[in-house]
Design a protein around this ligand. Structure first.
Ligand code: KG4
Ligand code: ZN
Length: 339
């Protein structure tokens, strides 16, 4: 088995994965409540929380997975990108364990963890990976599309400014919704008879026909609108619902506009699958529209189970399993930014 450790942001997670990709255990200790009073993740608090929870979680993973230390063949750990202090807790923890056990470490890029997460299943081995697929990563830190062929992961576009999840979070914070804002916006947008067309939102375009995402314009527009209309968590419920539905729609419109452009400009044979990953892939409206999008084009859209959308160690162990490139525990390099 492979032990996965993820501590790049505000979730301490430990998983045990079998060689065929079967997830034996995937434990997540969320710090959301600790960060909520500040409306976002406080790096120092994140590091301290990881320090407190990592080893108890490793012990629990072994107990829950009815595994012994001898069953663990290697440790896959997120070494970046993320909050440096938070990453270091996971990496140093993994190094100590690996060194003590005399087993190797596989250093995993957090984004690669997300990219392969749609192929994990709750029970049973992972879904076989196609030779080539397009990966759409939509999370709190990233909005990007990759062309994936085996171990060759090529970035096609990225966001020029804010990530889609970050935009959800910042606008939600402005109107007084608790962190993380994405699920909150989704919840309010679903209330009653929310009218997603009440407030007009243009889809931002670049003059240079760039394929990049851009969310800062939507963020600024949404904040201006919220101020003008007096949208608040404690204000008129119908206005709040309409606002959330409109804003969510605007974010989705930008997503599909760029996905369409990337798709139409792909040269040669198009991939048969689009794998979507990251926290925002948990959004019900976006999930439904992605399925429709794929249906119209005859493309398989592979969505991760909701438990594998947000940060988790199962996806890190899975990426580690695929990579298989083990290093001496003393040689792991931790980086807050990669590439
Ligand atoms: O992948 P993730 O756990 O962290 C990063 O690696 O960034 O994603 C967290 C992000 C947050 O911005 C959160 O608001 C967003 O995912 N998110 C959602 C939903 N669930 C989580 N956004 C929209 N709708 C959701 N249901
Ligand atoms: Zn993530």
């Amino acid at each position: 088995m492979i032990l996965g450790i993820e501590t790049s942001c505000d979730e301490t997670s430990v998983a045990l994965l079998e060689r065929d990709g079967n997830v034996r255990v995937n434990l997540i200790s969320s710090q959301i409540e600790r960060h909520q009073p500040f409306g976002g993740v406080v790096p120092e608090i994140a590091s301290r929380e990881h320090l407190q929870h990592l080893f108890p979680l490793v012990g629990q993973a072994l107990r829950d997975g009815q595994a012994r230390w001898e069953d663990v063949e290697s440790i896959a750990v997120t070494s970046g990108p993320g909050l440096i202090g938070a990453l270091l807790v996971g990496v140093a923890g993994a190094q100590g364990l690996a060194y003590g056990l005399g087993i190797p470490i596989i250093s995993v890029n957090h984004l690669e963890g997300h990219i392969y997460s749609p192929f994990l299943q709750t029970t049973g081995p992972s879904v076989p990976l196609p030779e080539r697929f397009l990966a759409l990563v939509i999370s709190g830190g990233h909005s990007a599309i990759y062309d994936v062929r085996g171990a060759d992961v090529r970035q096609i576009n990225r966001t020029r400014d804010d990530a889609i999840g970050e935009t959800f979070d910042k606008v939600a914070k402005f109107i007084g919704l608790p962190y993380p804002g994405g699920p909150q916006i989704e919840k309010h947008a679903r209330l009653g008879t929310a009218d997603p067309k009440r407030f007009p939102f243009p889809v931002p375009q670049f003059k240079d026909e760039s394929l990049d995402f851009s969310y800062s314009g939507i963020k600024a527009g949404a904040i201006r609108l919220a101020r003008e209309q007096g949208v608040r968590i404690d204000g008129d419920a119908k206005t709040l619902a309409d606002f959330c539905a409109t804003f969510q729609n605007a974010l989705a419109a930008q997503l599909f506009d760029r996905l369409d452009s990337v798709w139409s400009r792909l040269e040669g044979t198009k991939p048969g699958e689009v794998a979507v990953a990251g926290g925002v892939a948990a959004n019900g409206v976006i999930r439904e529209r992605l399925q429709e999008w794929g249906g119209k084009r005859g493309v398989t859209v592979r969505l991760p189970e909701k438990r594998y959308c947000t940060d988790n160690a199962a996806m890190i162990a899975f990426a580690g399993l695929r990579k298989g490139q083990a290093v001496d525990p003393r040689r792991v390099v931790t980086r807050s930014r990669i590439g």
